[in-house]
Design a binder for this molecule. Structure first.
Ligand SMILES: *Cc1c(COP(=O)(O)O)cnc(C)c1O
Length: 387
């Protein structure tokens, strides 16, 4: 089976992890700060807080922004459930904004229309989470403009987008957001096995997230509310969690980050080749928003079902049966049973639901060979009966 995504681990990665195993610190040592520095060096953001997953990063990002009971968090229905669940963790309510049918990202026009209504009904969101689906940056200038007008905070879920650019600048610089989150799960662009990070230009948000990832506990006397009892003293000033990244993970991350640009360039070479090889097929190829450079975590096609005799499901199953490890990103979150219990219905977000009936993620990982790619195309042509 040719997988839809796969990590690359080379000897340099293995050596980095082994040297941590043989060092004094398996956690809370020098590797996490080194990994954070590689993230701020790459993006230009002021601060990076590395944690054990992007899900944890989203959670502490919401908490640092003060999201709590009675507040609203809005995101896109076409994302992994974590982009929405982080609001529920904080006791907030979650709502969705439909996607743009071309980019598949949160539609800024639909966002504005929903904000106008919410203003009338006095239920404006406190936090909006745009997701850079497939690695393609959202229309951040438009979303930022709305944030200033309507007074909400922005968390960019850039789990797919490290190495991408918006208007020439690296995704993650937080120029148009309060916080940006990355994921380092093995299917993503760079990996730490499990892991995530939250980046920000605000010293205050960085300090809050730093406390929240480790029990809300500090040894920094300047943050304490009463005087230290002595050398052993630490103080809990917030209710935090244990969301720390280990030294092993961070060392792997440092090593992987040295190859980030190669990873993304290889993905672009493959995407360009897919664009050529699939041009004649009854499918819609990815659209690129002008001014953006995708991280290209995913390569999603949409089936032109009017021109195909098989159903979406039949095409998907035939591809899998023929050794092509396709996937579908994503099942619209509002159609999940858990969210249906909260009152969301089929028909609430028509563009997202339409996308879901046609989308298929083809294999895309930087180690994929041209032969593997040719095999994907050959099988797809066969399944679509274009030969
Ligand atoms: C993978 C992913 C997450 C969650 O990442 P973890 O590191 O596995 O917690 C969140 N949002 C999006 C869009 C993702 O793709």
């Amino acid at each position: 089976m040719i997988p839809y995504g796969k990590q690359e681990i080379i000897q340099q990665d293995v050596d980095s992890v082994i040297s941590v195993l043989q060092s004094d610190f398996l956690t809370q040592g020098p590797q996490v700060p080194a990994f954070e520095k590689s993230l701020t060096d790459h993006t230009g953001a002021e601060h990076a807080i590395a944690v054990n997953s992007a899900t944890s990063a989203l959670h502490i990002a919401c908490l640092a922004l003060g999201l709590s009971e009675g507040d609203w968090l809005w995101t896109t229905p076409i994302t992994f459930v974590a982009s929405a669940n982080c609001g529920l963790y904080c006791g907030a309510r979650v709502d969705f904004v439909d996607i743009d049918p071309k980019t598949y990202n949160m539609c800024a026009v639909a966002l504005e229309a929903k904000l106008k209504l919410a203003q009338q009904n006095n239920c404006l969101p406190k936090v909006v989470v745009p997701v850079h689906l497939c690695g393609q940056p959202c229309d951040m200038k438009a979303i930022r403009g709305l944030a200033e007008q309507y007074g909400f905070a922005i968390i960019e879920d850039a789990s797919h987008a490290i190495g991408g650019r918006y208007e020439g600048d690296p995704v993650g610089n937080c120029k148009y957001s309060d916080i940006t989150v990355f994921s380092f799960h093995p299917v993503k662009i760079v990996t730490t096995a499990e892991g995530g990070a939250a980046l920000t230009n605000s010293a205050e948000l960085a300090q809050k997230m730093d406390l929240l990832r480790s029990h809300g506990v500090t040894r920094d006397e300047s943050l304490m509310t009463i005087e230290s009892h002595g050398g052993w003293y630490y103080q809990q000033v917030e209710l935090g969690y244990n969301y720390r990244m280990t030294e092993l993970q961070a060392a792997l991350g440092v090593s992987q980050m040295t190859r980030l640009d190669d990873f993304v360039e290889a993905r672009h070479r493959l995407a360009k080749r897919y664009n050529q090889l699939l041009a004649e097929l009854p499918v819609t190829l990815p659209y690129q928003l002008p001014g953006t450079y995708s991280g290209l975590h995913l390569y999603v096609i949409r089936l032109d079902l009017d021109k195909i005799t098989k159903t979406h499901r039949e095409v998907f199953d035939s591809l899998r049966q023929n050794g092509i490890g396709v996937n579908l990103h994503y099942i619209p979150v509002h159609t999940q049973p858990y969210y249906q219990e909260m009152g969301f219905k089929l028909g609430d977000y028509p563009h997202a639901e339409h996308y879901y009936r046609e989308a298929i993620s083809l294999p895309m990982f930087h180690l994929m060979t041209e032969q593997q790619q040719d095999e994907v195309v050959r099988v797809l042509r066969h399944v679509l009966e274009v030969e």
